[in-house]
Write a protein that binds this ligand. Structure first.
Ligand code: GDP
Ligand code: MG
Length: 317
């Protein structure tokens, strides 16, 4: 918009706000935290080229055309013990909620930092076993719990172990099962989505679960170096869109839906956590006040720090 020619005095210039916001955003950069979850041996560590024995965040800075992204990947050891997977998701859910609790604590400090350190998990890549027939009861249970606390993105692990037909059939089957079990995945449908968002999100939903292939190896093919896996019948290039969905997944997370992942985490998942925590504190205080008023009750307890408050699961699976 340009200033009206007849009366320059009337032009306030708030139309420059988008440029101001953009500059500020770009300067500050984005902070994206992603957690990898799934059975052991599914190629989680290989995808990020790392070995894990504990939940461990690793950070790297990415920069493209002046936009900075601080990407932190939290690799997890995975569910190993096949005979007893009871509660195997507990450490992962606890990690995610602990990050929410830490943020809430920082946010509630009287003299809080201007920009609060944000370790909240923005996305969870959930690795599905390509050897299974579909979602196992364990997958359903873990996925339900994960979707309550973060944005979940299912991926088919080691998808080079399937033929193209098998992969297509597996994808379709998983999609049906996810819908059947009402597992709420990112990107969520929203009434205020513009038409182009709807089209974009539909194309993303079509790709879910993303078929990925990981590799630690750099291979020379026709004089070019690629990251891939060598098989008897040829080489898989993990960045080749006809071989794997890795590039689509990367574009989705780091380009088209980067700010959406961050925003939804704050407005949906964190907000839910925050509300339930603050409500618990309020109830606790009311109980203490009531006990004190009725006399003979135990003396009022000191304030409970947020980090040790009991995290209540929001639904029972
Ligand atoms: P994690 O337990 O999920 O972290 O799995 P790892 O990353 O340690 O990988 C387990 C094994 O699977 C290793 O021998 C990897 O070389 C192999 N692997 C990892 N990614 C792939 C893949 O995409 N395809 C195939 N065929 N093997 C893979
Ligand atoms: Mg690992």
């Amino acid at each position: 918009m340009s200033a009206p020619a007849n009366d320059v005095q009337d032009y306030v210039g708030f139309d420059t706000i988008t440029q101001q916001m953009e500059r500020k955003f770009l300067k500050r950069g984005f902070n994206l935290n992603v957690i990898l979850v799934g059975e052991s041996g599914m190629g989680k560590s290989t995808l990020v080229i790392r070995k894990t024995t504990e939940i461990a965040p690793v950070t790297q800075m990415l920069e493209e055309n002046g936009v900075r992204v601080k990407l932190t990947i939290v690799d997890t050891p995975g569910f190993g013990d096949q005979c007893n997977n009871e509660g195997c998701w507990v450490p992962v859910i606890k990690y995610i909620k602990d990050q929410h609790a830490a943020y809430l604590e920082r946010e509630l400090k009287p003299n809080r930092e201007r920009i609060i350190v944000d370790t909240r998990v923005h996305a969870c890549l959930y690795f599905l076993n390509p050897g299974s027939r579909g979602l196992r009861p364990l997958d359903v249970e873990v996925l339900k719990r994960l979707t309550e606390v973060t944005n979940v993105i299912p991926v088919i692990a080691k998808s080079d172990s399937m033929t193209i037909e098998e992969r297509t059939a597996f994808k379709r089957h998983i999609k049906e099962e996810l819908a059947f079990h009402r597992i709420m995945l990112f990107p969520y449908a929203s009434d205020d989505d513009a038409d182009d968002d709807r089209v974009l999100n539909a194309s993303i939903r079509e790709l879910i679960p993303f078929a990925v292939v990981g590799s630690e190896e750099v291979i020379e093919v026709e004089g070019k170096l690629i990251r891939g896996r060598r098989h008897g019948w040829g080489v898989i290039n993990i960045f080749d869109e006809t071989h794997s969905d890795f590039v689509h997944l990367r574009n989705f997370m780091l380009r088209t839906h980067l700010s959406d992942l961050i925003e939804v985490t704050s407005q949906r998942h964190y907000e839910q956590f925050r509300t339930s925590q603050l409500r618990q504190i309020k109830e606790l205080r009311a109980q203490q006040a009531a006990a004190a008023a009725s006399g003979g009750a135990p003396p009022a307890q000191p304030q409970v720090p947020l980090s040790v408050m009991q995290h209540q699961p929001m639904t029972q699976v």
